[in-house]
Write a protein that binds this ligand. Structure first.
Ligand code: MCN
Length: 782
């Protein structure tokens, strides 16, 4: 087998089962004696619970049990927040799995009904009588932080969950010396992640053994096991968590949710398997949302466009409670990336995490980096406009020059490698940027204005060294592990702790093993998502599975290669130092005919009839890989739009995405990831917004009201790449799972404003719906 399998666009082995409907999701599973849970959720965004009467529901046909907070009290700990941001005065409000006394968002769980059928459970919800006393509501994070705002948690003043800041260089001096300053107020609207599969859990507790199996739609089954043991009071050794097929997550399946713990609780009480599967409406109400920033940002520069400093304040809406990883998203993953691809001498950011009466906010694809990139890339365009410079020129002027092995930026991060000017140049050349500008200068055609939007970016992924995790308050490690096991016939099983859920590592990890060991990728099977048959892993998020788990796998394969070489030398009666290796064959140097294949060695290692002295039987190895640094993918995106000034409609004419994730294991998978990411970023720019009314009701509570991007509104995405290996990764690879999302919102937004600048439009609140664009044009006209 040729080593060229690394880098070849073989088809995803995951796809046949997905596209033929033969994959098994949590909701497909049925167990003997299984019952169904349905959650009663608060219809109020903020209210006192005065009384709950469950009597009628408890005697309804088919109902097995009804539980409220009084039943779970003392038996279920509150849902934990696992990113305890240091030096931020973090205040974690108790997130009771079933609300105690007060509900704080529409969707907060008030009771659970367990019944023989799902219909019976859902029907019985209606007969639970809850008397509420509505309380004042606040949704906007900036308003929630103001004095006099409704208070969510008695003990938490001004709804402030935390105040985190980052500073580097002398920002005050930068603004004093500035020849030009520009500023903007940016709303990063709340978004709703839309995984194809809503959330689900099936808990099966055996009273006789005290053992629990939980099937759960999650991005990180090992974390679910860990947290379930803490919340439900079960030994980790007694819990098996299985993530069967998971229909996407985009960050929303990182958190471990109250409903998961409640499902476990019900099964423990009843000694029967209990299944819970949310509806799409519940998904919109209660599965975590993303973004929700109010950003005030200022940029200081010289007249020639040289950047001097950036200053900003962000109010980040956290929703009613802090979700599992929430505090790290608008801080570590956002503020530390604020200098982007530029040489920025000074920076200061204050982030206020604020409790509001909305659904808890968590990671959503990009998690903090799109919000940072937007801020910076928007300001680069505003600065260019102020100075009468071209947006490409002002970017190039400030870009960090190409580097191959480390570059420290003002936030103290050490970027691993990058060629930002190279990426931008390639995009500009690809689209004939000068030609497009010329066309734009010739004026609108039939009321349609042409706009070009650039966004360059670098992002932090491959999270990350565990020591850093500890320092930044992440309550877990960030290493990954892999086991590679050869069977006697030369077939290979790979067991990994990370848990991909659509990204395609069953294919790319087989490609890694194939390339390292010369076996056919079809002979390599990748196991993940079951805590009983995979080693510990910290999960799939932060585009880390390949950067960290892939590294663990490559190093494991190399251990196997070393052992196999020893065995080959023994069998060929040669010295180890005289052995060479190529494409799965070990041979005596200069005599390629005298060789043993990896398959032959796998057989010998397994039967162990003739092993070298002191070498154990078996051909298997494992590695725990803790990376020395993050990886920093980067790129340059360009959107070309046409804005119809009569209707306000934005048409994306072209979208070019250049993303550098180092050497690509599988270019087709990388392109697929970029496509998905770009489309989600476009969705934020043009269509998507979670809208609450004044009472905290989610107005965009269904797919009829929440506008998602669709294929018919998108141009063909032109995917380009450059290859800048990470110096610290065994394969040089960086992550790509979020790359497409990081720059795309800013690129599209910048393009629309660029189109409308001749009309005097300088800012429009996202999403840029035809109505908002039209209104902005009318306002500019005066
Ligand atoms: N890859 C590659 N060459 C590289 C880098 C990556 O071939 N140089 C491949 C990988 O091996 C993998 C894919 O690209 O098949 C993405 O890998 P990676 O960048 O390691 O990202 P993760 O697997 O850690 O995925 C997480 C990332 C995140 S954070 C979100 S959110 C997201 C995303 O992936 N959610 C997704 N992509 C998604 N794709 C699908 N289908 N569904 C989701 O929920």
């Amino acid at each position: 087998m040729s080593t060229r399998i690394f880098g070849s666009g073989i088809r995803r082995r995951e796809d046949p089962r997905l596209i033929t409907g033969s994959a098994t999701y949590t909701d497909d599973l049925t167990l003997p004696r299984m019952v169904h849970a349905a959650m009663l959720r608060s219809p109020h965004a903020h209210a006192k619970i005065k009384s709950i009467d469950t009597n009628q529901a408890a005697t309804a046909p088919g109902v097995v049990a009804v539980y409220t907070h009084s039943d779970t009290d003392g038996k279920l700990e509150p849902a934990p927040c696992a990113w305890l941001l240091p030096d931020s005065n973090l205040k974690v409000a108790a997130y009771h799995c079933i609300a105690k006394d007060v509900v704080r968002y529409v969707g907060d769980i008030v009771a659970v009904v367990v019944a023989e059928t799902r219909y019976a459970a859902e029907d019985a919800l209606e007969s639970i009588q809850v008397e509420y006393e509505p309380l004042p509501v606040v949704i906007d994070p900036k308003e929630a932080a103001a004095s006099g705002a409704p208070q969510l948690h008695e003990e938490i003043e001004n709804n402030q969950a935390f105040h985190w800041s980052v500073a580097g260089g002398d920002t005050d001096a930068a603004f004093e010396q500035a020849e030009v300053t520009v500023s903007d107020r940016i709303i990063q609207q709340r978004l709703i992640p839309n995984a194809m599969e809503p959330r689900a859990a099936l808990a099966s507790y055996t009273l006789a053994t005290g053992e629990l199996t939980l099937w759960n739609t999650t991005q990180n089954p090992h974390i679910v096991r860990f947290l379930s043991s803490l919340v439900c009071g079960l030994g980790e050794d007694k819990i098996r968590v299985i993530a069967p097929e998971v229909g996407g997550g985009f960050g929303s399946k990182i958190a471990v949710y109250p409903a998961d713990f409640i499902t476990i609780f019900c099964s423990m009480q009843l000694g029967r398997p209990v299944k819970w599967n949310e509806t799409r409406s519940e998904n919109y109400q209660a599965t975590t949302h993303g973004r929700d920033h109010v950003q005030q940002v200022e940029l200081a520069a010289k007249k020639d466009g040289t950047l001097l400093g950036l200053r900003c304040t962000v109010h980040a809406g956290m929703g009613a409670y802090l979700s599992t990883a929430a505090p790290g998203i608008p801080t570590i993953l956002h503020g530390l990336m604020l200098s982007g691809v530029y040489t920025l001498p000074a920076l200061k950011e204050d982030v206020y995490g604020v409790y509001t009466n909305g659904t808890p906010v968590e990671a959503y694809r990009g998690a903090g980096r799109p919000e940072a990139t937007f801020m910076l890339e928007r300001m680069m365009d505003v600065l260019a406009a102020e100075l009468g410079m071209d947006p490409a020129e002002v970017r190039k002027k400030n870009m960090i020059p190409k580097f191959e092995d480390g570059h420290e930026v003002v936030t103290t991060l050490n970027y691993d490698s990058g060629d930002y000017p190279g990426a931008l140049d390639k995009v500009l050349e690809h689209v004939d940027y000068a030609g497009l500008r010329k066309k734009q200068a010739s004026g609108p055609t039939n009321g349609a204005y042409l706009g070009l939007g650039l966004a360059t970016y670098v992002e932090i992924c491959g999270l990350g060294p565990s020591q850093v995790a500890g320092a930044i308050g992440f309550q877990g490690g960030l290493w990954e592990s892999a086991i590679v096991r050869f069977h006697p016939s030369g077939k290979v099983h790979v067991f990994i702790g990370a848990s991909p859920h659509g990204q395609g590592e069953e294919t790319t990890f087989a490609q890694i093993v194939s390339s390292e060991l010369g076996v056919d990728p079809n002979d390599v099977k990748v196991f993940h998502g079951d805590t009983d048959n995979t080693p510990m892993g910290w999960g799939t998020y932060g585009s880390r599975t390949t950067a960290v788990g892939g590294a663990a796998l490559a190093l494991t394969a190399r251990k196997i290669r070393d052992k196999a070489k020893t065995i080959a030398a023994h069998l060929l009666e040669a010295a180890i130092d005289d052995m060479d290796y190529e494409d799965g064959k070990f041979f005596v140097k200069g005599a390629p005919d005298q060789h043993k294949t990896i398959t032959e060695i796998a057989l010998m290692a397994n039967v162990a009839w003739n092993m070298p002295e002191g070498v154990e039987a078996g051909l298997e190895a494992s590695t725990f890989y803790d990376p020395p640094n993050f990886t920093f993918p980067f790129g340059a995106h360009l959107a070309v739009v046409e804005v119809d000034t009569e209707t306000g409609k934005v048409t994306l004419k072209r979208y070019v995405a250049l993303d550098d994730c180092g050497p690509q294991i599988n270019p087709i998978i990388v392109a697929g990831q970029v496509h998905g990411g770009v489309v989600q970023g476009i969705g934020q720019a043009l269509l998507e917004e979670a809208v609450y009314d004044e009472g905290g009701q989610l107005v965009t509570g269904s797919m009829l009201d929440y506008a998602l991007p669709r294929a018919d509104g998108l141009p063909e995405i032109e995917v380009l790449s450059t290859v800048t290996p990470s110096p610290h990764h065994p394969l040089g690879v960086k992550g790509v799972g979020e790359a497409g999302t990081i720059a795309s919102t800013a690129a599209v937004y910048n393009a629309v404003i660029d189109a409308l600048r001749p009309l005097g439009v300088t800012s429009i609140r996202m999403p840029l719906t035809p109505e908002r664009v039209w209104q902005a044009i009318q306002q500019a006209k005066g």
